[in-house]
Design a protein around this ligand. Structure first.
Ligand code: NAD
Length: 270
């Protein structure tokens, strides 16, 4: 797959203020964008609790992170974000290990590509449970702790499909639009507690999730590139960079915002 225009500007990661020592609870941290965010926050000296359903993926991510960042404090918890009790336990475990939760990263998610006439109630419910309700359970459980401790920040990985829509993605688009809406509601509601709430809206990004869809031909790689003005897919590191900025002190006046990083996809209505 070609990688953008020949003279395209290279991606260069930055260093952001106020992240060193922060306690980050990162759902979906075993893979893809969540794992890249774990690297980004580790690079900034944060302390990490990675939550995922995938225990092997968590172990691999932890090993990779501790090798890359000597002295890094990183713990893992195997849980599903669809289970409010398990989410509560994971937040309690984060507090037990690190004393607080400063930053919640809502990354865990699944895709759901299916014609609406064929979408089963089970598939609809699964997408909404994971991609929307799970974000609420984690935001509420972490948010209650942030209120008690006097502040924090929540960053949810929504999607460009939360801002625009497409055929054959009904449940995913509805869930991600819900995450964008939740971001704004919580930002308005929790500003008085010094909790900022924002979202990242990635376009197509090279992760296991997208590679699986490409392999199943549920996505057409060439068509994706042709549809993307910058003519390439995003990288997990580029999405992590948006999260680092929005969670940092450099974004202190930004709340209730959904920041799009999609190579121009949503800008181009043609
Ligand atoms: P990924 O499949 O690489 O990672 C998702 C992780 O979430 C996996 O480790 C998986 O085990 C975990 N997970 C799934 N269900 C879970 C549950 N119920 N409880 C706990 N963990 C669970 O996918 P990714 O591409 O890194 O996606 C991360 C987020 O970014 C998702 O919310 C996705 O919708 C969103 N996103 C991805 C893209 C993209 O192109 N890759 C674009 C827009 C938005």
């Amino acid at each position: 797959m070609p990688n953008g225009y020949p003279n395209a500007q290279p991606f260069v990661p930055a260093q952001y203020a106020g992240l060193a020592g922060k306690v980050v609870l990162n759902t979906g941290g075993a893979s893809g964008i969540g794992r890249a965010m774990a690297h980004g926050f580790a690079r900034h000296g944060a302390r990490l609790m990675l939550l995922d359903l995938d225990a092997d993926g968590l172990a691999a991510a932890r090993a990779e992170l501790t090798a890359a960042y000597p002295g890094l404090e990183v713990e893992t918890v195997t849980a599903s974000i669809t289970d409010p009790d398990a989410v509560e336990d994971a937040c309690a475990a984060t507090e037990a290990s690190f004393g607080r939760i400063d930053i919640l990263l809502n990354n865990a998610g699944i895709s759901m590509n299916k014609p609406s006439l064929e979408l089963t109630p089970f598939e609809w419910k699964r997408a909404i449970d994971i991609d929307l309700s799970g974000v609420f359970y984690c935001s509420q459980a972490a948010g209650r702790r942030m209120v008690r401790q006097g502040g924090g920040t929540i960053l949810s990985t929504a999607s460009m499909w939360g801002l625009t829509s497409s055929a054959n993605r009904l449940a995913y688009c509805a869930a991600k639009a819900g995450v964008v809406s939740m971001t704004k509601s919580l930002a308005a509601e929790w500003a008085e507690y010094c909790i900022r709430v924002n979202a990242v809206c990635p376009g197509y990004t090279r992760t296991a999730l997208v590679d699986t869809l490409l392999a199943r031909q549920a996505l057409d790689g060439e068509a994706l590139l042709a549809r993307t003005p910058l003519r390439r897919l995003g990288t997990p590191e580029e999405m992590a960079e948006v999260a680092l900025f929005l969670a940092s002190d450099s974004a202190a006046f930004i709340t209730g915002h959904a920041l799009v990083s999609d190579g121009g996809w949503t800008a181009d209505g043609f």
